[in-house]
Each structure stands twice: as structure tokens, then as C-alpha cells.
Design a protein around this ligand. Sequence first.
Ligand code: LLP
Length: 421
Amino acid sequence: MDHFLYRDGALFAEDVPIAEIAAAVGTPFYVYSTATLLRHFRLFDEALDGTDHLVCYAMKAASNQAILTTLAQAGAGMDVVSEGEYRRARAAGVPGEKIVFSGVGKTAGEIRAALTGGIRQFNVESEPELEVLNAVALELGTVAPITVRVNPDVDARTHAKIATGKSENKFGIPISRAGRVYAHAGSLPGIEVIGIDVHIGSQLTELEPFEQAYRKVAQLTEDLRAEGHDIRRLDLGGGLGIPYERSNTAPPLPVEYGALIKRTVGHLGCEIEIEPGRLIAGNAGLLVASVIYVKEGEGRDFLILDAAMNDLIRPAMYEAYHDILPVAEPAPGVEPRPYDIVGPVCESGDTFARNRGMPPVAPGDLVAFRSAGAYGAVMASEYNTRPLIPEVMVKDDQFAVIRPRPSFDEMINRDTIPSWL
Ligand code: LLP
């Protein structure tokens, strides 16, 4: 459920007409609903009611400071994967003890920044990382709290580029080697072992892969405890999918996911952490664009938008489906027409949808991409020297620009010319 609905013949974000935002900021732009963001965060929080838990929003999904501040004020922790994300989380008011640091390539500098600034735990992904972490902690005269991210060799049954839990993926330590790695970690004076971490992939549309992974983690918890490790926290990762294509079967709900967690690991008495990103931000954001031209092709019409693959890379990168709707509500009974919906970038991959049925639209009309709040703005680039598009946040009947569109001069003047030119 989201807060982008047709009302009086036009699409609204909460109580604000999308067309009003477009008139104020120009297209294309991203718009987020505060109510949807908070609703989805709370669904996870409530799904784990009755267990000691922390929902650490995976801020890689959408990391504008206004989004982070909204979630931080609601009590969210954060999952970060770089010093930049760590600094964003802190700047949004998230205390170090609510920040977990994930990622396969943490540098000594990043580890130092997080240990100095305060951190809940590092999710360690390799033995060499463990050594660096130990060395930096000792150098700072402190101890680094850790989980080891185990790779359970489970097929997440999602797009290959976003599956992470098979042994051929670069993530985590094979669960079969976990015993040895924990024994070594336990012997390092700069390391404090506190738990286990697992994350098997993103946009999972079934619970079964989670179940397989969590059962393996439960068994590992018991094995490690038997070897004397004080396993008291389980970080179960993120990955619950969202309904991009409304005609498909809806993915499981957070409440069902929460019940699965309680069923598989609840008996262990561990504190539970989860790291959802997409389900919190995805349906809380739209990408709004204008139609520049409608071009007649052979056997199809091309809808050429002012948004492009540099603004929303998901269709080009993962063959992802995004619903695209006219902002003016189509009159009842209007026959859809097939369009190839494309951007202006000079690549054939700059195609958002092929042969997509849509009510007829004309140049100047606004269209909205649904489910664009996660992995949208954060993955944007300035390819073709197209400025990063603005982000707007809505709350009830108010809206605010939370990242302005840069001017062309700002973009050009970021580069510097060597003295010999
Ligand atoms: N935790 C870890 C360690 C992760 O690597 C990720 C996502 C998450 C949590 C959050 O997963 P989520 O709940 O959002 O599924 N750019 C891709 C998605 C990449 C996901 C990367 N890791 C896309 O647009 O589909």
C-alpha cells in the first residue's frame, strides 16, 4: 500500500497534486511520501513485536538526508556500507549504537571512522577483514563488536545480479568454514564476537529461501554456543521484495516474514536485527517525467520522456518492471495503446518498457513510475551531462525540495582545468 492515489481525476502524493509539484520544480523529479515510508518501517517493527529487535534500514536503497532523518526520528537503526553512508546516518541523528556496518570491502580508514564515531557492530565478510579490524581496534585501544556474515549457499530465486547467498557469490564466509573463522575471531584481542549475520539477496518474492537460510543460522548458533561463543545477536539481513507488477502474485507481507523469523530463530533468545531497504523506500517513491515526443515507429509508437536510464537505471540494468501511469487519470473505458517507453540517452538500453499498454498520452503530459523510491535516485548518474534530478518529499498537504536540481554551471564548474591548458 502507498499514498499515491488518483483523486478528482489526477494523481496525488498524499494530499498534494503531482502536477503542482511538477509546476514548481520541473520534470523529471523523484517524490517520496512520508506516510508510506513510515508505514513500511512500522510494518517491520510491528512484525517483530515481542522480540528484542532493531530494524536497521539499508540506506543504500534511498539515502537522502530527509528520508534518513524521517526514519531516524521513528526509531530506525541503519545498515551502512561505506564511510559516506556512515556519515550520512550520523548526520541524520542516528547514534553509533544503532548503526551496523556491512560490505565486503571495508577499508582500514572506514573501519577507523566507524570505531571512532561509535558503531553497533561490523558484519565481517572475510578473514583478511577480521585481521584489519583487529589491528585498527588495537591501534585505537578499543574492541570491535562483530558478527560474521555467513554464506548459507541458498538460492534466493531472484535476479542473478542481486542474489548474494550462493557459494559462487562474493559475499560472506561459507557456512561450512564458520566454525574455524569464529574460533580465530574469538582469539583476537581487538575483536568481540557477538553474533551471526546473513543476507541472501534482494527482491525475494517467497519466504522459503529465508526459511532455509534462517534454519541454518539457528543450527550454527547452537553449534557456536556449544564451542563457547556468546552468540546473542542475529542479523538476518534484508531482501523482502515488493510488488512491482501488480498483476503478479504479491510477495509475502512483513508480518508473515516476522512470523517466519520467530518460528525459525525465536527460540534462541537472541536479539534480532533486520536490514530491509527496498520494502521501506520502494513504494514510497515515484519518478515523475514529462512526455517530450510521441514518435511513430514501425509497428509501435515510441514515448520519449525527459527521464532516462541515468535517472532510473533499474530497467536497463536488471530488466526491471516499473508501472508507468499517466498523472491525469484516464477516463473510464479508454483503450490502452502499446508504446515503447524510452529516454533521450543515446543508447538502445535507455528503454523503460517495451510494448507497454498505456492510455494514450501526448507531448507535455506527465507520467509517473511507481515503486521508484528504492535504488532510484541513489543509482542515478550524470551520463550525457544530464543533471541529477531533484528529490521532493511530501507530508500531508506540504511538500519540500529535499535535493535541488543543480545548475549547468554547477556541473561544469566542478571540473578543473590543468595549468597547461
Ligand atoms: N543488507 C545487505 C547486506 C544488502 O546487501 C542489501 C542490499 C540489503 C540489506 C537490503 O536489501 P533490500 O531489503 O533492499 O532488498 N540495486 C538493486 C538492489 C541491490 C541490493 C543490494 N543489497 C536493485 O535495484 O534491485
